[in-house]
Design a protein around this ligand. Structure first.
Ligand SMILES: [Zn+2]
Length: 403
């Protein structure tokens, strides 16, 4: 059956300015026509067509979450506590998070590592239509150093050879993307999960180790996403050729310049520090750390915008308080840190699709692309917060949410 979303204003993820009204014609899973004007004007019958009145709405490409942990639990910060649950319990919860994301207009997501690699199972269930959720590209398990930040959701190895072998085994096991943990996680001192420790996001891998991982991943056609937080770890990752640096919360301007020079994308995960600010019960020490991290994080993201570093939205959902629908929040925060509204939307659509290597298929609204579409009322460019209230969500031609 054919679907027409009629009379919408269009932000296609390509042009700088919106256009319309247009009719978006969808056949099967693809956008087959974008027609100026609207069939609703003359009321001509449209046989065998699901006609959706989109007047007053703006259509944009389905959103992309480039950093998601659906197997984690936004109400539970301890990965050890989650790991004690059964696979079935973790997967049932992960399916609910994925459904929530899709209902929020997130039609594609990238899994950034999971308890026991279970996001690969979630990915396959979504692909098979057993679970409703974003199309998932998954790392399964992260790769990192022994006893490093990734040890609860990754494999550990030491030295370039061993890390290269570990990377190879993850790819053999079905990883779509390689996630590396190249530094400590500074957030742990504010969420209280590293009691008595001050964590600065310092390096956990050497540049040679990162390079060895990148080489194997790229040889096998996989992109590399790197958790890195302080300046040194960010520079090592960028110089070693990762495709995206995740977080860079404590990176100074010189480190952001290195990212800019290599052309890597930054996924700043701004929502995490934004949410952490309002966590209840912070001790004075945690509060002080939180304020410091937030200041540095803001400066890092603002430098990236100013220096023209490619950006993509990633929620890091699964972190405490960060629910699976939060891509809209990343977009709002990108604007607050200096990006134009249209650039902030591209970071969640066309630019994110390019980072994931699926730009030929999704991330824009163009004829021939998959019909991944989100509609909101009014003009999101004047109020990006409107993206939190989707009216219509279509994924690969299937209407998954409508009024
Ligand atoms: Zn993460």
């Amino acid at each position: 059956m054919r679907t027409i979303v009629a009379g919408v204003r269009l932000i296609d993820g390509v042009a700088d300015a919106p256009r319309g009204p247009v009719d978006l014609v969808i056949d099967g899973d693809r956008i087959t026509e974008i027609r100026p004007g609207t069939v609703l004007a003359d009321g001509a019958p449209q046989p065998d067509t699901l006609l959706i009145d989109g007047r007053g709405w703006t259509a944009l490409p389905g959103l992309i979450d480039a950093h998601a942990h659906y197997t984690f639990d936004p109400t539970e910060g301890s990965l050890q506590a989650i790991a004690a649950r059964s696979d079935d319990a973790i997967l049932a919860a992960a399916a609910r998070h994925a459904e929530r994301a899709l209902q929020a207009g997130i039609t594609t997501a990238r899994g950034a590592g999971s308890i026991r690699g279970l996001e690969l199972v979630l990915r396959d269930r979504i692909a098979a239509g057993l679970v409703s959720g974003p199309r998932l590209l998954a790392a399964g398990l992260a790769v990192g150093a022994p006893d490093g930040h990734g040890s609860a959701f990754g494999v550990e190895a030491s030295g370039p050879m061993a890390l290269a072998a570990a990377t190879h085994s993850l790819i053999d096991g079905g990883a779509d993307v390689v996630k590396i943990v190249a530094s400590e996680a500074a957030m742990l001192t504010t969420t209280g999960h590293a009691p008595g420790r001050l964590v600065f996001g310092r390096p956990e891998l050497t540049e040679d180790e990162i390079r060895a991982i990148v080489e194997v991943a790229h040889d096998w056609g996989r992109r590399v996403m790197a958790h890195a937080q302080d300046s040194e770890s960010v520079m090592r990752c960028a110089r070693a050729g990762v495709d995206s640096v995740e977080h860079a919360w404590l990176a100074d301007e010189a480190a952001i310049e290195v990212i800019a020079a290599t052309g890597a994308t930054l996924v700043p995960t701004l929502g995490v520090t934004d949410v952490n600010r309002s966590l209840p019960g912070l001790t004075p020490v945690q509060r002080e750390r939180q304020d410091l991290i937030e200041r540095r994080h803001r400066a890092s993201a603002e430098a990236a915008v100013r220096l023209g570093v490619p950006l993509a939205t990633g929620t890091d959902t699964g972190e405490v308080g960060v629910t699976a629908d939060h891509v809209w929040r990343e977009i709002v925060l990108l604007e607050a840190h200096g990006a134009s509204p249209v650039a902030a939307i591209r970071a969640a659509t066309s630019d994110a699709a390019r980072l994931l290597g699926i730009g030929a298929d999704t991330g824009t609204i163009e004829v021939g692309k998959q019909a991944d579409i989100l509609c909101v009322a009014g003009d999101p460019l004047t109020d990006l917060g409107r993206l939190s209230q989707p009216r219509l969500v279509i994924q690969a031609g299937r209407v998954v949410r409508q009024p």
